[in-house]
Write a protein that binds this ligand. Structure first.
Ligand SMILES: NC(=O)C1=CN([C@@H]2O[C@H](COP(=O)(O)OP(=O)(O)OC[C@H]3O[C@@H](n4cnc5c(N)ncnc54)[C@H](OP(=O)(O)O)[C@@H]3O)[C@@H](O)[C@H]2O)C=CC1
Ligand SMILES: N[C@@H](CC=O)C(=O)O
Length: 360
C-alpha cells in the first residue's frame, strides 16, 4: 500500500518542507562557488529549488542535486523564465523564500524591488541596484518597508564586515563623516603586484583567471565597480549620492571603451605602456600607485588612481586586500579600519550564504 502511494505522489510533494528555499541566478565564478557551499553541512537548512544562467534554468529536484549542475546548465534545461523560478519557490512551501543574485545583470537587479514587494527575500552580489542610479536605490528602500530583507554583504568588500559595521554604528547613533580606502580586490591585486617586471596585461589576465575581476574587467578598470561600492556605503550611511556626484578617473583608454568584451580582452596589451609610464613616474618620486576611493565630509566623492608614499596605509596591502577607513563622530581621532581580502569566489559565495542563513 505504501509503495503504491509513493508512486502516485510526485517526488517534490514527498520531500519535507525546507526551512529556506533558494533560487540561484547566475552560475558563473561566484554562483559556482555558492553551489559548492550548498553541498556543505553549513547549508543543511537550505534547499535549492531553481538555478539559472543567462540562457537556461533548472527546477527539477533530481537535476538540481547533480554535482555538475553548473556544467549541465550550459547545454540543457528549460529556457530562462523568471516566473517558473518564482513558482518553484512558492511550491516549496518554505516560510523563507530567497532569490540569490550572483549575476552582474542590471535587468535582474531592476527586479529586486518587485521581488521584495512580493515577499521574497533577495541576497545579492550584484551591485547594480544598490550602487546604481539614485531612483533605483529609493525604490529598493520603499520595497524593504514590508519586511522582506535585502542581503547585500557581498556587494562591498566581497563580504568583509563593512555594511554590517556601518549599520550597527548608525543604530547606536554614530554617523559616518569620511570614508577612504581601496574598495576593489582586482585593482588592489594589480597595483600590489605591479612592479614593472611583468606587464600590467599579464597581471590583469591572472586576476581574471582567479575570479577577481568583473565579467568584463573594464567595469573594474574604469572605476565603475569602485564607484558602485562607494555609493552603496555612502547611501547606507545616509548620504543620498547620485552617480553624477562621484568623480571617476578610470584606466580604460578611449580606444578600448566601445569594444565588445572579447575584442577588449584581445587588446589588453594596449594598457601596458601608459601604466608602465605612470608607475615609473611614481617610483621616481618614491611613491606607489593605488586605486583609491574617497568620500569627504561635504559628500564629495572621488575614485581614481593616486600616488601614495610608501608609508601610506594603502601602500601596505597584500593580494586582493581591501581597506575601508571610516571616520565617524565617535571614531574621529583615528579611523575605524576594516581590511582583508576583497574579491574571490569563495569569500564572496560565503558572504551570500551568510546572508541567506541570517534570514533563518
Ligand atoms: N568575483 C568576485 O570576487 C566578486 C563578484 N561580485 C559580483 O558577483 C557577480 C557575479 O560575478 P561573477 O560570478 O564573477 O561573474 P560571471 O560572469 O562568472 O557569472 C555571471 C553569471 O550570471 C549569469 N547571468 C547573466 N545574466 C543572467 C540572467 N539574466 N539570468 C540568470 N543568470 C544570468 C551568467 O550566465 P552565462 O553563464 O550564461 O553567461 C553567469 O552564469 C557580479 O555582480 C560581481 O560584481 C561581488 C563580490 C566579489
Ligand atoms: N571585481 C570586484 C569583485 C568584487 O566586488 C573587485 O575587483 O573588487
Amino acid at each position: 500500500m505504501n509503495a503504491v502511494l509513493a508512486q502516485a505522489v510526485p517526488a517534490a510533494e514527498c520531500e519535507p518542507v525546507p526551512a529556506i528555499a533558494v533560487v540561484l541566478l547566475g552560475t558563473g565564478v561566484v554562483g559556482g562557488a555558492f553551489l559548492k557551499l550548498l553541498n556543505t553541512p553549513a547549508a543543511a537548512s537550505l534547499r535549492l529549488v531553481g538555478a539559472a544562467n543567462s540562457r537556461r534554468q533548472q527546477t527539477e529536484p533530481v537535476k538540481l542535486a547533480e554535482r555538475n549542475l553548473r556544467e549541465q546548465l550550459k547545454s540543457t534545461g528549460a529556457q530562462r523564465d523568471d516566473a517558473a523560478l518564482l513558482a518553484a519557490l512558492d511550491a516549496s512551501g518554505a516560510a523563507i523564500k530567497v532569490i540569490v543574485d550572483a549575476t552582474a545583470s542590471a535587468e535582474l537587479a531592476a527586479r529586486h524591488a518587485e521581488w521584495l514587494a512580493h515577499g521574497y527575500h533577495v541576497v545579492t552580489a550584484n551591485k547594480s541596484l544598490g550602487g546604481g542610479e539614485l531612483p533605483g536605490w529609493r525604490t529598493l528602500q520603499a520595497a524593504l518597508a514590508n519586511g522582506a530583507r535585502y542581503g547585500d554583504s557581498a556587494t562591498v568588500g566581497a563580504g568583509l564586515p563593512v555594511l554590517s559595521t556601518l549599520r550597527r554604528l548608525r543604530q547606536c547613533g554614530d554617523a559616518l563623516l569620511t570614508l577612504e580606502g581601496v574598495f576593489s580586490g582586482s585593482l588592489s591585486y594589480l597595483f600590489n603586484s605591479y612592479d614593472g617586471s611583468r606587464p600590467f596585461s599579464v597581471l590583469l589576465r591572472e586576476a581574471r583567471e582567479r575570479g577577481y575581476t568583473e565579467p568584463d574587467p573594464r567595469a573594474d578598470l574604469s572605476g565603475e565597480d569602485v564607484a558602485r561600492k562607494l555609493l552603496i556605503i555612502a547611501r547606507n550611511a545616509g548620504f543620498a549620492l547620485g552617480w553624477d556626484e562621484v568623480q571617476v578617473e578610470g584606466l580604460v583608454p578611449e580606444s578600448l571603451r566601445a569594444l565588445g568584451t572579447e575584442a577588449f580582452l584581445d587588446r589588453l596589451e594596449e594598457l601596458d605602456e601608459p601604466l608602465a609610464a605612470r608607475h615609473a613616474e611614481a617610483k621616481a618620486r618614491g611613491n606607489v600607485l593605488r586605486f583609491l576611493a574617497r568620500l569627504n565630509q561635504r559628500g564629495r566623492a572621488r575614485v581614481g588612481l593616486s600616488e601614495v608614499p610608501a608609508n601610506h596605509p594603502a601602500a601596505r596591502l597584500y593580494g586582493t586586500d581591501n581597506q575601508f577607513a571610516l571616520t565617524t563622530t565617535r571614531y574621529h581621532t583615528q579611523p575605524l579600519v576594516i581590511q582583508g581580502p576583497g574579491a574571490g569566489p569563495e569569500v564572496t559565495a560565503q558572504a551570500l550564504l551568510g546572508d541567506v542563513l541570517a534570514l533563518g
